[in-house]
Design a protein around this ligand. Structure first.
Ligand SMILES: Cc1cc2nc3c(=O)[nH]c(=O)nc-3n(C[C@H](O)[C@H](O)[C@H](O)COP(=O)(O)OP(=O)(O)OC[C@H]3O[C@@H](n4cnc5c(N)ncnc54)[C@H](O)[C@@H]3O)c2cc1C
Ligand SMILES: NC(=O)c1ccc[n+]([C@@H]2O[C@H](COP(=O)([O-])OP(=O)(O)OC[C@H]3O[C@@H](n4cnc5c(N)ncnc54)[C@H](O)[C@@H]3O)[C@@H](O)[C@H]2O)c1
Length: 459
């Protein structure tokens, strides 16, 4: 092989997967002057841009507008619709806007890849050894470092009739709100899609195998969120394990563990978790350690068990959030090519579920804090109706909660449920990471009239 040919197949870094983590790693490495090849067989941006955060947030915004339009009518705005009737969304029109937004992201990534000199190979790849990747077309690329960022995929539980149900991927190809939808699961995706569909006109029923929504979030807030969902018409079934799906004409029924059959639904969605894309990558032959569910095991520097092979994002044991994948990839490249210290702090990662209303947390829940600190806790709450909802005589309330520890009342948990919680949490997460106390919050002058001021006025 001559020098020219070798320069086309030999790189400083090969990134497998062009989603949140892979793109962030490729761009950061290229900023330091590394020669990078990126392998991505599908659309740039991966799950988040194409079938995750971005289209989901677009649908959430549409649902939010639907709710605000109904409130506007009750406040005296004349909207070309008889009062009390739902303002219907024309999905195809909205989807044109949603997909145009996404196409712009693809375009912007493509331009950035070109400008950064990153070589994009639009194909699947697997590892032959710790320095060599083989592409689908048989081409072999080599590099002293390989980053695996292949993400994950939705899974349906193994049950009879599972093929009659879809997943969040299917939801994003729908062109209208089905009349009746069943959602199986009680995590992030179940709660988000239930809220969106109910607001856009579907009659939604959620089947949770456990006793509550959103394990891992503060139980008091999730109880209030459940009440909000019931109030808006969502039917929640707790402790109801689904054992099978059965066709009933063009509709589907759910059979539970006791053999009982549900009413019929136009659509059923599984929101029962995701699995890592770690198969068919050659990892086992290479000796890359996986956990029992197939996640790549990484250390705190995102190194795998094989030298020179790193992994970030949903394919690893990290929390499955886009900013976590991005932060891990950037810090890795800062260390490798920028010779800068820094590792991802996995503590106190803020997160929001785009429910209706949104719910967010950073730090410990009350139960977690009690398990860690015993009774040395101080809990503060603010329950109130945001002004718009009070004006419209809507029952929806907000509930904010602070978990503080010790005599100094150090804030170890912030939990927000309510209008604009999604936009409020980020700044308070910075404060919590800096180790603030309740007095620091109280010492901050409030911004009035807002919901956020309730956080600094808690007594
Ligand atoms: C419905 C939904 C909503 C979500 N909402 C949010 C949210 O609001 N906020 C948030 O923070 N997170 C959200 N997430 C989670 C977020 O999308 C993921 O955490 C994030 O996309 C993980 O990034 P990643 O780079 O690890 O993987 P991905 O983004 O999944 O990218 C992996 C890429 O690797 C490619 N690939 C796979 N195998 C190969 C191979 N052999 N060779 C080459 N390429 C390969 C895939 O085609 C894919 O493009 C959501 C997820 C879902 C499903
Ligand atoms: N707003 C956001 O940041 C956001 C939004 C969506 C997804 N995500 C990420 O994507 C991940 C995946 O989302 P998800 O909602 O699929 O997973 P999840 O882990 O949040 O929830 C899975 C749910 O399915 C239930 N479940 C699992 N197996 C089941 C079975 N056989 N029968 C019935 N129920 C079952 C679990 O009890 C749980 O309630 C999340 O954990 C999160 O990290 C983030």
């Amino acid at each position: 092989m001559n020098a020219d040919e070798q320069s086309k197949t030999h790189f400083d870094l090969i990134v497998v997967g062009g989603g949140s983590g892979g793109l962030a790693g490729a761009f950061r490495a290229a900023e330091y002057g590394a020669r990078v090849a990126l392998l991505e067989p599908a659309l740039l941006g991966g799950t988040c841009v194409n079938v995750g955060c971005v289209p989901k947030k677009a649908m959430w915004l549409a649902a939010d507008i639907a709710g605000k339009l109904r409130m506007a009518q009750s406040l005296g705005f004349s909207i070309d619709q008889p009062p009390q009737q739902r303002c219907e969304l024309d999905w195809p029109t909205f989807i044109v806007h949603r997909q145009r937004y996404i196409a712009n992201i693809h375009e912007s990534y493509r331009k950035r890849l070109d400008a950064s000199g990153i070589v994009l190979a639009p194909m699947r790849a697997h590892l032959l050894d710790a320095r060599t990747v083989e592409c689908e077309n048989g081409a072999r690329l080599s590099a002293p470092r390989i980053l695996i960022a292949t993400g994950g995929h939705a899974v349906k539980p193994d049950m009879p009739g599972a093929e009659l149900g879809g997943t969040s991927d299917d939801f994003f190809s729908w062109n209208a709100a089905p009349e009746r939808v069943a959602i199986i699961g009680a995590g992030y995706i179940a709660v988000e899609l239930a809220g969106v569909l109910q607001a856009l006109g579907s009659r939604v029923e959620v089947f949770a195998r456990g006793a509550r929504l959103l394990e891992g979030f503060d139980a008091e807030l999730t109880k209030q969120l459940s009440d909000d969902y019931c109030q808006s018409g969502v039917r929640l079934h707790f402790d109801r394990a689904v054992a099978a799906l059965e066709a009933d004409g063009v509709r589907v029924r759910l059979r539970d563990a006791d053999g009982a059959l549900s009413e019929a639904f136009d659509k059923v969605l599984f929101a029962t978790g995701r699995r890592p894309n770690s198969a068919k990558l050659g990892l086992q032959q290479l000796g890359v350690k996986l956990d029992a569910r197939g996640h790549i095991v990484v250390d705190e520097l995102h190194a795998t068990s094989v030298a020179g092979v790193n992994a970030v994002g949903d394919v690893t044991t990290d929390v499955q959030l886009t900013p976590v994948a991005i932060a891990a990839a950037r810090r890795l490249m800062d260390r490798v090519y920028g010779k800068r210290e820094g590792r991802l702090d996995q503590q106190n990662i803020p997160t929001v579920v785009f429910a209706h209303p949104p719910i967010g947390k950073v730090g410990l829940t009350e139960d977690e804090a009690r398990a860690r600190h015993g009774d040395n806790l101080h809990i503060y709450r603010a329950g109130f109706r945001p002004m718009l909802y009070a004006l419209a005589e809507s029952p929806q309330r907000s509930l904010f909660k602070l978990i503080c520890v010790g005599e100094e009342r150090r804030v170890v948990g912030i939990h927000l449920l309510g209008e604009a919680a999604d936009e409020m949490l980020q700044g308070f997460a910075v404060a919590l990471k800096r180790g603030i106390t309740l007095d620091d919050l109280r010492d901050t002058v409030a911004i009035h009239p807002t919901s956020a001021e309730e956080v600094v006025l808690m007594r």
